[in-house]
Design a protein around this ligand. Structure first.
Ligand SMILES: Cc1ncc(COP(=O)(O)O)c(C=O)c1O
Length: 376
């Protein structure tokens, strides 16, 4: 008997599908609750720029019969102007998730080594395996230091070698929230062999408020093999639109163009993202509000006696120091979605998105009740 699974490419046979978390509406209906507190997917409760919502509301969608601009000229120009780069340096993706996978598909041949950190963003390992690469998962820093369970720069450097083709590093990282400072990143990049491509995933860049966390774009002049990925899903509040972008050396972008699906970013997403990128003040408001709420949420969690990881993103990782899946399930039953971390090798942890002030307050009292009931 043929097992269909055996027909898949070798990399795909070893793959488990990415866990996207719960769909809030589906789970709400299943549980029969009036609403859900959605703190599981690191979305942006502050919403998109008013200019974007206005733009989308004013469209009549008669242009839905046409293909979008495959080259997304206006959006690429808008992004290029925002970051003072050439439009030819920009590759757009259906979310930055697509770009992370596209980069592996484009550069990794079977057997090539793909280096990333333990507890790094899950897509890194999946993209490595799917493209037939050899995943090299580098042990993380201990929980006791200033960057608990973050990527270990010394171990990451030691993992580089003649077989390395691709390196992924999220800065700051999801789910740990940890980061590398400028000197650490610069020193690491200097050690990466020229035959390897380095992706610095800056999905949470706009939330960073520590001056020491570098904007990796500033290191690109020195490193033609460096790709920086960013997204409209987080601080821009457009997760449903699915738009991400990579900024790289134009030669590298031209190679990605060979494998990119031609119309991968739809017409309305292109327009929404182009309006979003120019509203710098909105992103700054989001950053400021998130930073204040992240501090308040972290303090509230610490007051419950929990270990809270430092974070530069719009989420915090929390260690309950006992199996956390039961806590996640208890929260879910009461209407709060958070993300269990068993898949990341962190079964005692949950990742909690920083919500709006009233959501965080509501969540903290819900969690306090769950912990109390559990301990009773
Ligand atoms: C570190 C990191 N990179 C990339 C992504 C992908 O986001 P998107 O595909 O929505 O741009 C996420 C999503 O949560 C993420 O946490």
């Amino acid at each position: 008997m043929i097992r269909i699974e055996d027909l898949a490419a070798p990399g795909v046979q070893k793959l488990t599908a990415y866990d996207p978390g719960y769909d809030p509406e589906t789970i709400r209906q299943m549980l029969g609750l009036p609403r859900m507190l959605e703190l599981g997917s690191n979305e942006n409760g502050y919403g998109a720029s008013p200019a974007v919502t206005e733009l989308l509301r004013s469209r009549d969608f008669s242009d839905a019969i046409r293909y979008p601009d495959a080259g997304a000229r206006k959006l690429r120009q808008a992004i290029a102007a925002r970051w003072q780069v050439d439009p030819s340096a920009i590759t757009l993706g259906n979310g930055s998730h697509e770009l992370l996978v596209l980069i592996a598909e484009t550069f990794v041949a079977p057997g090539d080594e793909v280096v990333f950190a333990q507890h790094g963003f899950a897509v890194f390992k999946l993209a490595a395996i799917a493209s037939g690469g050899k995943p090299v998962e580098v042990p993380a820093l201990p929980r006791s230091g200033p960057q608990p369970l973050g990527a270990d720069p010394v171990a990451m450097t030691a993992a580089l070698g003649p077989g390395t083709k691709l390196v992924y590093l999220a800065n700051p990282n999801n789910p740990t929230g940890t980061w590398w400072d400028r000197a650490t990143l610069a020193q690491f990049l200097a050690q990466v062999p020229r035959h390897a491509v380095v992706v610095i995933d800056e999905a949470y860049r706009e939330y960073v408020d520590e001056a020491e966390v570098p904007d990796a774009l500033s290191l690109q002049a020195l490193h033609p093999n460096l790709v920086v990925t960013r997204t409209f899903s987080k601080a821009h509040g457009l997760a449903a639109m699915r738009v991400g972008y990579a900024i790289s050396n134009p030669d590298l972008a031209a190679v990605l163009e060979r494998t990119r699906l031609t119309f991968n970013v739809n017409l309305y997403a292109q327009a929404a993202a182009a309006a979003a990128i120019v509203d710098v003040a909105h992103v700054e408001d989001v950053r400021r509000s998130n930073a204040a709420e992240r501090a308040a949420l972290s303090a509230g969690l610490q007051a419950l006696g929990l270990f809270v990881f430092p974070s530069q993103g719009n989420f915090v990782l929390v260690d309950f120091e006992r199996p956390a899946k039961v806590i996640e399930e208890a929260l879910l039953k009461r209407g709060a979605i958070v993300r269990p971390m068993g898949g990341y090798g962190l079964p005692t942890c949950l990742r909690i998105t920083v919500g709006l002030a009233q959501e965080n307050t509501e969540f903290l009292s819900l969690l306090a009740r769950v912990l109390q009931e559990d301990l009773a």
